[in-house]
Ligand binder design. Structure first.
Ligand code: DX5
Ligand code: ZN
Length: 212
């Protein structure tokens, strides 16, 4: 299991130090939650702060866009050269075009669905992305209760095996040592964990507990 701590739960007063700490503690990716106050009822990290994160990070960035104007935000964040840019199925009309735009920047495109969005909407786009991100909370805030989406993970796995076997599955929201084994068994490759990792005194121990 790869682990992508979400810096949304970090102490922003010492953000650079926090980013260095999680990278040293064994993070595989640094998850950056971008919210615009329109698609979700919160605002978080813009490109100026994300640039500082990128400069401190020794692991690749995993940018999660929760915005209505995806094209605008892809252009803002692409210069930071993240490994992934994830965009929401629900906020985009032209999925193939956006996936290709991200790929043209040399970045892996990823598509996200909310907990209430069925997996079958991914059937046509899954061939064109490198990762599917399944939300296990409604996006907007860290520290929410995990919604059991295990059946959706299994359905996504079947879709991936059929159309794009190298595509990865990431799960985001409410991940902890309480659900990590079940997530692994269902077929998840990467977990995002915010409050669980940053709520722990020992980041390395927290990350290790998720590497099942
Ligand atoms: C939620 C964000 C998540 C969030 C995860 O909108 O996309 O990445 O930071 O935080 P936890 O792990 O606390 O649910
Ligand atoms: Zn996220």
């Amino acid at each position: 299991m790869l682990v992508a701590p979400s810096i949304l739960s970090a102490d922003f007063g010492i953000l650079a130090k926090e980013v260095v700490s999680i990278c040293e503690a064994g993070a595989d990716l640094v998850h950056v939650d971008v919210m615009d106050g329109h698609f979700v009822p919160n605002m978080t990290i813009g490109p100026v702060v994300a640039k500082a994160v990128a400069q401190s990070a020794t692991k690749p960035l995993d940018v999660h866009l929760m915005v209505t104007n995806n094209t605008f935000f892809v252009d803002l964040f692409a210069p930071l050269k993240p490994k992934y840019i994830s965009f929401h199925y629900e906020s985009e009309n032209h999925h193939h075009r956006l996936a290709q735009k991200i790929r043209d920047y040399g970045i892996s495109p990823s598509i996200v669905i909310n907990p209430a969005t069925p997996v079958n909407v991914l059937e046509e786009i899954v061939k064109y992305v490198d990762m599917v991100l399944l939300m296990s909370v409604n996006p907007g805030f860290g520290g929410q209760k995990f919604i059991p989406i295990y059946d959706k993970i299994k359905q996504t796995k079947e879709l991936i095996e059929k159309y794009n076997p190298s595509c990865l599955i990431e799960v985001d929201g409410g991940v902890s040592d309480q659900n990590i084994e079940q997530l692994k068994d269902a077929g998840v490759d990467i977990v995002v964990a915010g409050s669980y990792v940053f709520g722990h005194k020992d980041y390395a121990a927290a990350i290790k507990s998720l590497k099942v």
